[in-house]
Design a protein around this ligand. Structure first.
Ligand code: 3MF
Ligand code: MG
Ligand code: MG
Length: 404
């Protein structure tokens, strides 16, 4: 039914694509970017923004995502920082008007500056909490001004290094209070976008509170925030939590909580976030399968939170990387569309649960109407359940045929 571009709401991220210079833990930058050649930080920021919009246009991608600090330099004071941001936002609005490029989401960088070394909203110092709130307030307003369709929270420093100096309950209460204020502020400024939390188990913090999808969903329901937030899942973060690539995407989708995807590929054999462009058909197919099942991602999208490798010194590599990843998703969408059209696979899964859907006792259990006494009597009367066979292999083998 839906045209392809509505299933594949691609976005380019500002931070890797225009701020990434190939540095890593052991190596200094390797990439020379022409938009960084000026000396004045505001001139650089403007050149970079113009280059970014040229890139989005040439690539034909409709959306971009950004952190406040990616697009404008931080000043000496909050006033100066906000003035810088406002100036850049005016230019961004003009470029948006000229090109028709839209903002998928904005966010605040609450992890780079030294003031956040012990957390932002979970910092033991209320002064830091206030500073983080001031920053998010402005970032939400700026996202609203750019017509952002979502706003993301990634708590990179919201966690602990040692339990011996940490009151985890206090910090999580503070985090919930922070989110409540964000909801209030969203209403106050009339921002209609979706609020998203992005889980990640570790890096840079030893243990991050937003560990994985189920941890975040548990936190949101406990604090009564689950109606106001959805999740932005990054599959590379999922593998860091010890899960399969597609685990978190499926987990929150099935609870109506999948809002958007930071689509990259991790390497489950590595313990850290490699942010590689997704070029693996099987991985993309699993994501598309979930996205099709829930009827699409809008207002979220497929944001490429990915970086070209440090040896990608040629600017062309930025194009090749994004185009390769988009092709992979488009191919995955086609393959999975066939899987859904055939209905054979669906019918097989349905058959697996038929005893719940089609028998009196099964329906009673599913409706919460059965008791242990009744089930005890049922089990005694009917004896040993029938054996099942070839379960997992059967489904995997059939699924693989659709990837042909
Ligand atoms: C870190 C991330 C982050 C988030 C970003 C937006 C720097 O591993 O994935 O990117 O995506 O902060 O929420
Ligand atoms: Mg991310
Ligand atoms: Mg990441």
């Amino acid at each position: 039914g839906k045209p392809m571009h509505e299933w594949l709401r691609f976005a380019v991220c500002f931070w890797h694509t225009f701020r990434g210079l190939g540095a890593d833990m052991f190596g200094s930058p390797t990439l020379d970017r022409p938009w960084d050649h000026q000396s004045d930080p505001m001139t650089i920021a403007k050149d970079r923004l113009r280059a970014a919009f040229e890139f989005f246009t040439k690539l034909g991608v409709k959306y971009f995502t950004f952190h406040d600090r990616d697009i404008a330099p931080e000043g000496e004071t909050i006033e100066e920082t906000e003035k810088n941001l406002d100036e850049i936002v005016q230019l961004a609005k003009q470029l948006q008007k000229e090109t028709g490029i839209k903002c998928l989401w904005g966010t605040a960088n609450l992890f780079s500056h030294p003031r956040y070394m012990n957390g932002a909203a979970t910092n033991p110092d209320a002064h830091v909490f206030a500073y983080a709130a001031a920053q998010v307030k402005k970032a939400m307003e700026v996202t609203h001004e750019l017509g952002g369709e979502n706003y993301v929270f990634w708590g990179g420093r919201e966690g602990y290094i040692s339990l011996l100096n940490t009151d985890v309950r206090k910090e999580l209460d503070h985090l919930a209070a922070f989110f409540r204020m964000a909801i209030e502020h969203k209403k106050k400024i009339g921002f209609k976008g979706q609020l998203l939390i992005e889980p990640k188990p570790k890096e840079p913090t030893k243990h991050q509170y937003d560990y994985d999808a189920q941890t975040v969903m548990g936190f949101l329901s406990y604090y009564g925030l689950d109606k106001d937030f959805k999740l932005n899942i990054e599959p590379n973060h999922t593998t860091m939590a010890g899960h399969a690539y597609e685990h978190d995407v499926e987990m929150c989708s099935r609870y109506g909580m999948l809002g958007s995807i930071d689509s990259n590929t991790g390497d489950s054999s590595l313990g850290w976030d490699t942010d590689q462009f997704p070029m693996n058909l099987r991985d993309c197919a699993f994501l598309m399968r979930t996205i099709i099942t829930q009827g699409g991602l809008a207002p979220g999208g497929l944001n490429f939170d990915c970086k070209v490798r440090r040896e990608s010194t040629n600017l062309q590599d930025m194009f090749i990387a994004h185009i390769g990843a988009m092709d992979c998703f488009a191919l995955a969408l086609r393959k999975m569309a066939r899987l859904f059209e055939d209905k054979k696979y669906d019918a097989l899964v349905k058959q697996r649960y038929a005893s719940y859907d089609d028998t009196d006792m099964g329906k009673k259990i599913a409706n919460g109407k059965a008791t242990f006494e009744e089930l005890h009597a049922f089990a005694k009367k009917n004896g040993e359940p029938a054996k099942t066979s070839g379960e997992q292999e059967k489904y995997e083998a059939i699924f693989n045929r659709y990837l042909d």
